[in-house]
Design a protein around this ligand. Structure first.
Ligand code: RB5
Length: 145
């Protein structure tokens, strides 16, 4: 899979752990920053990842900020993006099965490294269930027009 990843300063440390984890798997990963602890604005990092996924340049995106919430709000402004901040493994599974989540958002100040890695694994491995969920996602896509 081609994965785009980015964080703000609040998510940098967790992003580095996720990058290490991803390097043990067979994915192509592109990191869109940030690269230092300097305070930055999370929309600037949500944008290239969300645009890259929306354009089909990447299969999935992963975004990390302090809570995962601000960066998910920003990512969801891009047409075709279904992003959510995920805090547990069950939600990770259900957001793939039901919502076909294409951008996973994580809270660097909330999650343990181990839990975040589990969530990433589930996000990457769980297929969309389709069926009754297709129509619901179509209705969301209609709202983007
Ligand atoms: C940055 O301090 C913080 O507001 C940001 O990382 C994020 O938590 C916003 O939702």
């Amino acid at each position: 899979m081609k994965i785009a990843i980015a964080s703000d300063h609040g998510g940098l440390s967790l992003k580095k752990e996720i990058l290490n984890y991803l390097s043990t798997l067979s994915h192509t990963v592109q990191d869109f920053g940030c690269f230092t602890d300097d305070s930055v604005d999370y929309p600037d990092y949500a944008k290239p990842v969300a645009m890259g996924v929306a354009k089909g340049e990447f299969d999935r995106g992963i975004l990390v900020c302090g809570t995962g919430v601000g960066i998910s709000i920003a990512a969801n402004k891009v047409k075709g993006i279904r992003a959510a901040s995920v805090f547990d493994t069950e939600t990770a599974k259900l957001t793939r099965e039901h919502n076909n989540l294409n951008v996973l958002c994580l809270g660097g100040r909330i999650l343990s490294v181990e839990l975040a890695k589990e969530i990433v694994k589930i996000f990457l491995e769980t297929p969309f269930a389709g069926g009754r969920h297709e129509g619901r996602l179509k209705k969301i896509a209609e709202m983007e027009k």
